[in-house]
Design a protein around this ligand. Structure first.
Ligand code: KG4
Ligand code: ZN
Length: 351
């Protein structure tokens, strides 16, 4: 069975062809990140304009060696995301569905991140499972009784973890996207054990919710307090030495990771998870991958821990095609006129 996946929720445009829900035949991606760099964040209008240019060439590339008659259905992410970007992906998918006479499968983008854990052919994901999905817009802890039934345990109450990385990067003048920039700046910090005491929000709150907006403010005030002669105001493009910047980046990164790890381990213990899964753009962070793996091994030695391969952590259409395959085999494909975009989609309403 062949599913064509289409992803265009934010600044990436992806098209993938996945066979039998396990083998990625094609997974092509184009990013407009370089065009947003000078603004320090995604400009929705620019993202959508790029997507409208690139989506058809990417589809052609993905299906070049496969007759259209062999494609069984088209999966498309329909939210959450930027409305202009979503419309391009969804309207393209609907047009193809009419032209090629295929069914459509509407996929929640965040569910796609969760399913990216299956993509390299792993079949031994045991249930019950707990998943942490950490992206630029969401931080969600989920409990899975089985692959198709979930409960939202907790979410961020304000900024997502990725958003915190992006905003702190802006404060430190590190550019966009912030996550990888903060990570590589933090890697230069070598004086271990001397991290700044930034807050670890809701670490001991006893629930599974997160809150990261205070970290950005804490970083801002910290930087403002550093009166360097060349920085007036000393906020953006912060001019203190590289070492100080690395020190702040490492401290903030550690604060975010500590909270993510503590809450995920607590949820996994409370719900007797046989598998713990990580997904979303922030799961590209090497320290988070390492520290969560270590904490699971220590606290839940009999549980498995899976992370998608690095190339599948950020937005891609392979994960959308795989999530689509699952819905398709559960009889959830629809006619082209039955779907629309849902920019504010929450996992609570995942069906
Ligand atoms: O899942 P994703 O590609 O897009 C959304 O659905 O939002 O996630 C993007 C987020 C951005 O906030 C980016 O800064 C963050 O993931 N990110 C990282 C890393 N790579 C990407 N955060 C921390 N460390 C990284 N290495
Ligand atoms: Zn994403």
């Amino acid at each position: 069975m062949l599913i064509l996946g289409i992803e265009s929720t934010c600044d990436e445009t992806g098209v993938a062809l996945v066979k039998d829900g396990r083998t990625i035949l094609k997974n092509v991606i184009s990013s407009s990140v370089p065009l947003h760099k000078e603004y320090g964040g995604v400009i929705p209008e620019i993202a959508a304009r790029e997507q409208i240019k690139i989506i058809i060439p990417l589809i052609e590339q993905a299906i070049e060696s496969v007759p259209i008659s062999q494609i069984d259905a088209i999966a498309v992410s329909y939210g959450p995301g930027l409305i202009g970007s979503l419309l391009i992906g969804v309207e393209t998918a609907k047009t193809l569905a009419v032209a090629w006479n295929k069914k459509l499968i509407a996929v929640n983008h965040l569910v796609g991140h969760f399913y990216s854990n299956w993509l390299d052919g792993r079949r031994d994901i045991l249930f019950p499972a707990v998943a942490l999905v950490v992206s630029g817009g969401h931080t969600d802890l989920l409990f899975f009784k089985n692959k198709n039934s979930h409960k939202l345990l907790g979410s961020t109450m304000d900024d997502a973890a990725g958003e915190a990385f992006d905003k702190v990067a802006k404060v430190l003048g590190l550019g966009y996207p912030g996550g990888p920039a903060v990570e590589s700046c933090a890697e230069k910090f070598t004086r271990k054990g001397e991290l700044n005491p930034f807050p670890k929000p809701l670490l001991k709150s006893g629930d599974y919710n997160f809150s990261f907006s205070g970290l950005k403010t804490a970083a801002l005030y910290y930087v403002r307090g550093l009166k360097t002669p060349s920085s007036s105001p000393p906020i953006r493009g912060y001019a203190a030495g590289e070492e100080k910047r690395g020190d702040i980046a490492a401290s903030i990164e550690q604060a975010i990771i500590d909270v993510l790890v503590a809450k995920t381990v607590r949820a996994a213990k409370d719900f007797h998870a046989k598998t713990v899964l990580l997904g979303g753009g922030v799961s590209a962070n090497k320290k988070l991958r390492r520290e969560l793996a270590t904490a699971i091994k220590k606290n839940l030695p009999d549980s498995k821990f899976y992370i998608p391969d690095s190339n599948l952590t950020t937005d891609n259409a392979g994960m959308i095609a795989f999530a689509g395959y699952n819905k398709y085999t559960n009889g959830k494909a629809v006619e082209y006129n039955k779907i629309g975009v849902n920019p504010n989609f929450e996992l609570k309403s995942w069906k």
